[in-house]
Design a protein around this ligand. Structure first.
Ligand code: SAM
Ligand code: SF4
Ligand code: SF4
Length: 330
């Protein structure tokens, strides 16, 4: 079967990428992602079974989605995830299956993920200092993540991407240390602007604009622009002269990448969203009850057709309610 041509939304953007959250549960409690008291967990009955997530993926692929990123919560805590990934990666028409993880379980699971057909991993790691790491994650042990990264390299993934959410006064003094990791190893270290998705008074002050980050990095290293990757999204990349890897900057707050937004999201409870800040989104569950995938395809097409042009994060007073990223998958 010839793969479908990816759909184009009303703002002229080609939509070829779905982020699929498989759980809202997590083995960490990152301060930027969840409130201190945690978020009320969905009951098991609300979480879609793998069979439904596969149906949604099949419908999305038949509409032209070429890449699926599995995320969470922490996707690796869901039971049966490896078998699910195996089935997902063998859906005809899917060009790339990738996964975002906090790395805690990678020491045991990296080789299985590679064998299941996961092409690459994004590992979230916000500090190289054990005490800062523990403070940001509210309970994490940096050593587990570092051992996970070693396991990923042994498993033969072609490169590893790191996601570093940069927060002023918390970990922004570590950006040069993170960038230095790319000199000898083919790592892609991506600095992400902190998004004030949870109501907290100092929220906006925590964001370090990408431009400032780059200025700071260029004071320390000679950086050469590399450009953006195809089939991915928002990171712009630079290479430290002579380095094996690259540093990237993702600027969801200071410099909207909405113009190039190529994605939709589906949560573990079956809510489809054209935009991260789309409120509750469209409930796919009623469409899952229909026979065949046509209704599901129509619902997903509707989500693409109502994708907003941009967000207004960081502009004016914040009227939004809390958006725990563990529910939407980042
Ligand atoms: N648990 C996995 C992990 O942490 O990689 C996957 C889910 S997590 C919600 C996905 C991504 O969202 C992570 O890279 C995380 O750093 C990012 N994220 C969560 N809250 C954020 C925020 N307020 N600002 C920027 N990035 C955020
Ligand atoms: Fe969990 Fe990922 Fe959110 Fe951290 S960022 S609390 S690891 S879901
Ligand atoms: Fe896309 Fe919405 Fe994110 Fe903009 S804010 S890049 S439209 S998901």
């Amino acid at each position: 079967m010839k793969p479908a041509t990816p759909p184009v939304d009303p703002h002229g953007r080609t939509i070829n990428y779905m982020r699929l959250s498989v759980t809202d549960r997590c083995n960490l409690r990152c301060a930027y992602c969840m409130p201190a008291e945690g978020v009320p967990m969905r009951s098991h009955a609300d979480i879609l079974p793998y069979e439904d997530l596969l149906r949604i993926s099949r419908a999305a692929i038949s509409l032209g989605m070429e890449k699926i990123r599995v995320t969470g919560g922490e996707p690796l805590v869901r039971k049966g995830i490896v078998r699910f990934l195996e089935r997902l990666s063998s859906l005809p028409g899917l060009r790339r299956l990738v996964l975002t993880t906090n790395g805690v379980l990678l020491r045991e699971m990296a080789a299985d993920l590679k064998n299941a057909g996961v092409e690459s991993l994004n590992i979230s790691i916000d500090s190289l200092r054990p005490d800062t790491f523990a403070r940001i994650t509210r309970c994490g042990d940096l050593r587990q993540v570092l051992e996970g990264i070693e396991a990923v390299e042994r498993a033969g993934f072609p490169f590893v991407k790191f996601n570093v959410v940069v927060m002023r006064g918390v970990n922004d003094d570590e950006v040069a240390d993170f960038a230095a990791l790319t000199v000898d190893r083919p790592y892609r270290v991506r600095f992400i602007e902190y998004m004030p998705t949870l109501p907290r008074e100092d929220g906006k002050d925590l964001t370090v604009p990408g431009e400032e980050l780059l200025r700071r990095l260029s004071e320390r290293f000679r950086l050469q622009p590399v450009g953006r990757e195809k089939l991915t999204g928002p990171a712009a990349y630079w290479r430290i002269e002579g380095a094996a890897g690259m540093v990237g900057v993702i600027t969801p707050v200071s410099c909207h990448f909405c113009r190039e937004c190529n994605r939709i999201r589906v949560t573990s409870t079956g809510m489809a969203k054209g935009c991260l800040f789309d409120g509750d989104g469209v409930d796919l569950k009623p469409f899952l009850r229909a026979e065949g995938d046509d209704a599901l395809r129509r619902a997903l097409r509707g989500v693409i057709e109502s994708k907003p042009e941009r967000h207004s994060l960081g502009e004016g007073p914040d009227q939004r309610s809390a958006l725990p990223m563990s529910e939407v998958g980042g």
